[in-house]
Design a protein around this ligand. Structure first.
Ligand SMILES: [Zn+2]
Length: 368
């Protein structure tokens, strides 16, 4: 991944490009920024550009084609080393040979000029987890690394990094990325504009989180389509099994730490009984969300039935299967199915039992 593909972080990117072009790189940088904001991604772009044998000059960028670049792309450039913590801390034996441990990453590396690329790059993924012993063992190397060695230290908070390490580093701060930049990147990756906008607004400026959510979204979308199509092809005998499967799958939608469901939840209104447990409310909201996904599938089917194969649809990736399904019922029957799902969604909002609603909905949809 080159500088051009970094989402946001224009300032830090320019800083590294200029320093590389002018050959004024410091020996050690400390990149600070929130989780998933793009620290490792930027560090890898710097590492690739710094070790590239044939870089482009203006703006400075890795060529992407030399032997070093190709090895970086496959995560196998032996002179670009990423050191994550071993458990909760980053320990001395990860850098220097110690009895009974795997070889230390720096033991023999620092005194030899690189043979594959133009630099040796050592990325320490969580500088705040360096033990005091490990940090002390690095100080001299951080302060006066050989000219062909570049240290890139990453942390969520400089305040948690030992001062002896901070004082030997040039600090670079990565700020949350503007929503519009994340949204534009998601759209360019093929995410539909509505979901791109939703995802960009909940990811709090962290592109890594946005990409993870978008991937989960696309898997979920596929799940909803598969499930809806399977249900429409099933017989009434399968209804109880499908109803249970729906309730289980809906629960998978809950994403830890991201209040993605909260906006959906408020749509349920305030007339929900005050005795309803929060847990029940959450389950109601996730099952309701799944039913809404199924409504999107049925809307697609309806559009394909009425407008034909070129209709503008949400689940364009499943067009062929949806088109085939659309032929099996009349437009009026598809409209009735949509109304049925809408009723189920409203009953969930109105506190009807989740099991009762899904059992009824699945059976009616199959029988319709
Ligand atoms: Zn290259």
């Amino acid at each position: 991944m080159g500088f051009a593909e970094i989402v946001g972080h224009a300032g830090p990117t320019r800083l590294f490009q200029r320093s590389l072009a002018a050959d004024t790189m410091a020996g050690c940088y400390l990149l600070e920024g929130p989780q998933s904001v793009g620290k490792t991604t930027l560090a890898m772009a710097v590492a690739q550009a710094a070790s590239c044998l044939n870089p482009l000059e203006d703006p400075y960028e890795a060529c992407g084609e030399c032997s070093s670049c190709r090895l970086v792309a496959s995560h196998s450039q032996p002179e670009v080393v990423l050191i994550p913590p071993a458990g909760d801390s980053t320990q001395i034996w990860q850098f220097w040979d110690r009895d009974g441990r795997p070889p230390g990453a720096l033991q023999h590396a620092l005194q030899f000029a690189p043979a594959v690329g133009r630099r040796r790059v050592i990325i320490i993924e969580r500088a705040d987890t360096l033990t005091e012993g490990a940090a002390n063992s690095l100080l001299k190397s951080l302060e006066e690394p050989p000219s062909y060695v570049l240290f890139l230290l990453l942390t969520q908070s400089i305040a948690r990094v030992l001062p002896t390490v901070v004082s030997r580093s040039q600090c670079v701060r990565l700020l949350p990325v503007p929503r519009s930049a994340i949204e534009a990147r998601l759209v360019s990756l093929g995410v539909d504009p509505f979901h791109a906008s939703m995802t960009a607004s909940v990811c709090q400026g962290r592109p890594g989180l946005a990409f993870a959510l978008a991937e989960q979204d696309s898997k979920e979308a596929e799940t909803v389509v598969r499930f809806t199509l399977e249900m429409l092809r099933s017989s009434l005998l399968d209804a109880p099994r499908l109803s249970e499967a729906l309730r289980k799958m809906a629960v998978v939608r809950k994403i830890a730490d991201v209040p993605i469901a909260s906006t959906v939840e408020t749509a349920a209104g305030d007339d929900e009984g005050s005795e309803a447990a929060p847990r029940d409310k959450a389950a109601r909201s996730t099952v309701g969300g799944f039913v809404e996904g199924m409504m999107d599938v049925l809307r697609d089917i309806f559009r394909l039935r009425v407008t034909g194969a070129d209709a503008d649809i949400t689940y364009a990736g499943c067009r062929t299967e949806l088109q085939a399904m659309s032929e099996l019922r009349t437009p009026g029957e598809w409209m009735a199915a949509l109304t049925l799902l809408d009723t189920a969604r409203r009953r969930l909002d109105q506190n009807a039992g989740i099991g009762l609603v899904t059992d009824w909905m699945v059976a009616e949809l199959i029988a319709a």
